[in-house]
Design a protein around this ligand. Sequence first.
Ligand code: PBG
Ligand code: ZN
Length: 331
Amino acid sequence: MAQLRYTINRRRMRVSTQVRELVSSVSLTHKEFIQPLFVEEGIRQSRALENMPGVFSDSSDSLMKQIETDLSFGISKFLLFPVPAGKQADLNDFSFASGVIQDIKTNFGNDVWVAADCCLCSYTTHGHCGVLDTQRDKIDNHLSVVILSRYALQLAQAGASYIAPSDMMDGRISAIRNKLDKHGLDDVGIMSYSAKFSSQLYGPFRDACHSSPAGSTIKDRKSYQLSPSNPEDAILSSIRDAEEGADILMVKPAGWYTDIILRIKEQVSQPLAAYHVSGEYAAIECLAEKGIVNREAAHLELWTALKRAGADIIISYAARESREWILQSRD
Ligand code: PBG
Ligand code: ZN
């Protein structure tokens, strides 16, 4: 575009709230937010999560009250993380997760949209997202995908609206898609964690889900999650997942990876979710507690950055506050 002389005065676009509202091109709506929910087997009442101020892990009962409250705040889309009471060697009992989804559907029916996280790290004795091979020194991708698609089927049969595989194994999207289709569950979608990086920012979540990798020789998730130094892998993984049938793609974490959001949006037409993860949430909460930032304004600014980069959907632990904050915010 030509450099016009009268664009020298840029402040005409900034001088009042009204003009700023008129000329801004990025806006937020609570309708595009997903609220993560933790539900823990065997607890009697909700439990405050360490390092995630304001976020709770629910009991099966308190979860229903939480969802009711969230609905009253205009939040009706959820990402569910079931935390079973015990670890399993043979990974065949997903009844707690299925039961919770059935309860949600019985209580709220189509008033809610529930994506069920589909991963093995809360179930395995070693905390990895897949199972180990017989030598126990590497991940068995094939067997992991077989178990994951079995799990996905049970989640879908229980009433999950979407399956959200967060394991980062190869081939899981097509395996899950085939499994669902074979059982007539073609309305159940897949939201793939297609660009999930190996990150420092998952700590509070792992505490909540008792899912830290421990007790095997593999100490981290680097052999399946993406390297922060390899953006091409994120792009190719996302294109691959879209081709395998993922309905919604995801970038995670969000704030340190807005370049990835932008690049995936350029290359793939599928809707894209940005997951502002537990450590990112905690970072804002810590700064706010110290009085360094204003809590609401910081979350709003971050959400705006995600939308600006190209995210269609925002997953945030503060989603349930989004309607109020957005309504009250001024440009
Ligand atoms: C596990 C899973 C993780 C998150 C979502 N699913 C953690 C991990 O991969 O270790 C992170 C979410 C968050 O930190 O908010 N598959
Ligand atoms: Zn996992």
